[in-house]
Ligand binder design. Structure first.
Ligand SMILES: Nc1ncnc2c1ncn2[C@@H]1O[C@H](COP(=O)(O)OP(=O)(O)OP(=O)(O)O)[C@@H](O)[C@H]1O
Ligand SMILES: [Mg+2]
Length: 303
């Protein structure tokens, strides 16, 4: 069977860089495959997705050479940074833009837009994209890709901005809508992705493929390589905490905290978003601030 996406002997270099980002990289994907590309930060995963989709060099000019490149004819792309995704200022217009290109009649537009919003759990109308939280933007980005009804979906960390609940929901949604499609995924938070994919391609820091095969084989045979390159694997935090971060026998004391906050209130558009009665931060502490999308975690970090 002819692969649906493939590249042979890809060589490329970003202008100004000393070394090649890919040196004779070859990779192909069959129709319907669900594949996870895994590798350390900066190894070239996003760049590779852009090459495989044709964004590089058609829309983003980067000098490159291949012996053969087959990009899909119908594809959608969810970017790592949802802000770079949108063409229109309003959420409904963003979907309408896609539907117009597919020649959807005007009278069907409104209902179709609402259907697409509903599919990704958004309740929006003529809403300015600027005002959406990161997670809502990611949902909107997925909705606009689904509206394209593409054969191949490229997902570059589609849940990077989502809270754990949102991440789970988006993967459930992607599993459903991606069932009959070819899906090529880059994702660091792999817990929810694993049940969806059947194949893993593992990269090292230099953008070279160190393993390519069935999911379970890669996870069991290449755990050490994944650890060595700082790649997430199932249960990574449990191991990390056991090894590096045992619970302190002597808890931090109240002497000279680096940060001492009392009665802090954070507002957005005059609405009180967060309220912190008391907080002390001591040198050496590792603190996780958790909360739903839109809960005000950033406000909390920058009072
Ligand atoms: N437009 C660009 N111009 C110059 N260098 C770039 C450009 N885009 C990416 N790079 C460089 O290419 C390398 C690979 O970047 P890329 O974003 O593809 O990595 P990644 O594997 O997706 O990383 P992450 O997991 O952090 O998203 C990095 O060293 C990056 O600095
Ligand atoms: Mg990336």
């Amino acid at each position: 069977m002819e692969p649906i996406v493939s590249v042979e002997k890809l060589r490329m270099k970003f202008p100004g860089d000393e070394s090649l980002i890919f040196k004779d990289l070859s990779l192909s994907f069959d129709q319907g495959e669900k594949v996870l590309l895994l590798g350390p930060s900066g190894c070239g995963k996003s760049t590779l997705l852009q090459v495989l989709s044709g964004l590089i060099p058609n829309s983003i000019e980067v000098p490159m050479k291949t012996e053969k490149l087959k990009c899909p004819s119908s594809w959608g792309y969810v970017f790592q940074d949802p802000d770079s995704q949108f063409c229109m200022p309003f959420a409904d217009e963003e979907i309408a833009f896609v539907l117009e290109n597919l020649s959807v009649p005007k009278e069907e537009m409104k209902e179709k837009i609402q259907n697409h919003f509903r599919k990704v759990g958004l309740n929006l109308g003529h809403t300015s994209i600027e005002t959406l939280s990161g997670g809502m933007k990611q949902r909107l980005a997925i909705a606009s890709v689904l509206a394209l009804e593409p054969e191949v979906i490229f997902l570059d960390e589609p849940t990077a901005m989502l809270d754990p609940e949102g991440t789970k929901e988006i993967w459930e949604l992607l599993k459903e809508v991606g069932r009959d499609k070819t899906v090529i995924i880059v994702e660091h938070k792999i817990d929810h992705v694993l049940e969806f994919i059947e194949r893993i391609v593992l990269f090292n820091d230099d953008g070279q493929i160190i393993a390519d095969g069935p999911r379970d084989t890669i996870l069991s045979l290449y755990k050490n390589e994944m650890k060595e390159h700082g790649i997430w694997f199932p249960g990574v935090w449990d191991e990390y905490i056991q090894k590096y971060a045992p619970i302190r026998e002597h808890p931090f004391t109240d002497d000279s905290p680096l940060m001492d906050v009392k009665g802090f209130r954070g507002f957005r558009n005059k609405e009180e978003k967060i309220k912190v009665e008391e907080l002390k931060v001591h040198s050496g502490e590792w603190i996780v601030i958790r909360g739903e999308n839109g809960a005000g975690r950033v406000l909390y970090c920058m009072p």
